[in-house]
Design a protein around this ligand. Sequence first.
Ligand code: SF4
Ligand code: F3S
Length: 107
Amino acid sequence: MAFVVTENCIRCKYTDCVEVCPVDCFHEGPNFLVIDPEECIDCTLCEPECPANAIFSEDDVPPEFQNYIKLNAELAKQWPVITERIDPLPEAKQWDGVKDKLPHLFR
Ligand code: SF4
Ligand code: F3S
């Protein structure tokens, strides 16, 4: 099992999550972060840190976000590791909570 970043991270990318991860399993894309499921040790620390409530344990991923389980695994192989918090995207507040953001995901 692993933790999974889901839709509400898109266009927000607050990055509070990366600071607490003891095994550096977050990978950064242009406007989204993913967790490498092969590295995640299920420590649970990142989940409460996300201001956008985008992180779920794999077992608790809501039905509408099930596709993000595969997406995290796939994009973690392509994107570089991020270990330090950076500024959120400038439009983060505006996009926090907006539905159906998947078409806005840049790869
Ligand atoms: Fe990292 Fe722990 Fe979150 Fe997994 S659950 S991504 S190990 S902080
Ligand atoms: Fe994304 Fe939340 Fe981390 S918005 S970058 S999963 S703190």
